[in-house]
Design a protein around this ligand. Structure first.
Ligand code: SF4
Ligand code: SF4
Length: 291
């Protein structure tokens, strides 16, 4: 029996989802005849071995609506909350399936290119993939497949943005001035919890954000349809109160990381990086209070 129903079952238990599966030979052939296409240049095959027949891309829908932020708290993008929550659910189940040798969880594949080629969605000028079902509010993973299944054909339409440029105009740092291509060095998100030194001019623009920006997604008309799932829970003031990270109240920063990791995942809850971002947020909140 095909592996697809097993994958679909895990996906359905995780969140509303869309799955597309494309053949490796179709991807290779497309890349061969589209060498100059920017998507083609992102497609690399290091993780694809000779036995792999194709790739399934799963898009898990999440709700981008932010809860109200209590005074003195820092915010996170719901993306990180849902990515962490979904990962905890699907990852052990997919790992179990991977032991059978019928799938492989791909970790180093250019998800956006595969998503566009597979028909999961179109490239937005904000450099994020969107579709009619979920807008751009989804988290993607890719699985290598090792058998013949019912494949989807390749999607050859890169974008449906037309003349819209709401996201370009909304970006406070002009990171999207070359449509469809994010200039990472100008994107606020690129400097949050990554350990990369934050340019002085970007610090005040980060306002109260611990991780995530989302301005270029919030304005996108593709996201105007209400999400059918609940938004992330209200901010826990014990976890998001900025003073806890500045004064520590007898606790070490390391003590504060596990509760934060429950929201954003262990990869982002790293004491030094959190502290650096908290310094920025603390100054922004203080300056806001002085105005
Ligand atoms: S805001 Fe407009 S241009 Fe930007 S991704 Fe959405 S539809 Fe495309
Ligand atoms: S996440 Fe923010 S800074 Fe980055 S491109 Fe979008 S709007 Fe600009």
């Amino acid at each position: 029996m095909s592996i697809l129903p097993d994958i679909k079952k895990i996906a359905d238990e995780t969140a509303p989802n869309l799955i597309k599966s494309i053949k490796i030979e179709d991807i290779r052939h497309w890349k061969e005849i589209n060498k100059d296409n920017p998507i083609s240049q992102h497609l690399y095959f290091e993780e694809f071995d000779h036995e792999m027949t194709g790739v399934s891309i799963i898009a898990f829908h999440y709700n981008l609506d932010y809860p109200i932020l209590p005074d003195g708290c820092m915010s996170i993008s719901p993306y990180y909350y849902f990515a962490n929550k979904y990962y905890k659910h699907y990852n052990p189940l997919l790992q179990e399936l991977a032991v059978t040798g019928r799938i492989k969880i791909l970790k180093d594949t250019h998800l956006k290119s595969l998503a566009n080629l597979s028909g999961i969605g179109f490239y937005g000028k904000n450099s994020i993939i969107h579709n009619e079902l979920f807008g751009s509010r989804f988290i993607m993973i890719a699985l290598g497949i090792y058998e013949e299944i019912e494949w989807d054909g390749l999607n050859l339409v890169m974008t449906d943005c037309g003349s819209c440029q709401l996201c370009i105009d909304a970006c406070p740092t002009q990171a999207l001035n070359k449509p469809y291509k994010l200039d990472r060095n100008q994107c606020l998100r690129h400097y949050m919890l990554t350990g990369i030194e934050v340019p002085e001019i970007y610090k005040s623009l980060m306002t109260d954000r611990l991780v995530g920006c989302d301005l270029c997604q919030k304005v996108c008309l593709k996201n105007s349809k209400k999400s059918q799932i609940d938004r992330m829970p209200d901010y826990d003031q014990e976890v998001f109160g900025i003073n806890r990270y500045m004064e520590e109240g007898g606790l070490t920063l390391n003590d504060l990381m596990p509760p934060l990791a429950e929201w954003v995942g262990k990869n982002y809850a790293r004491a030094n990086r959190v502290k650096e971002q908290c310094n920025i947020i603390y100054n922004n909140i203080r300056k806001g209070g002085e105005q």
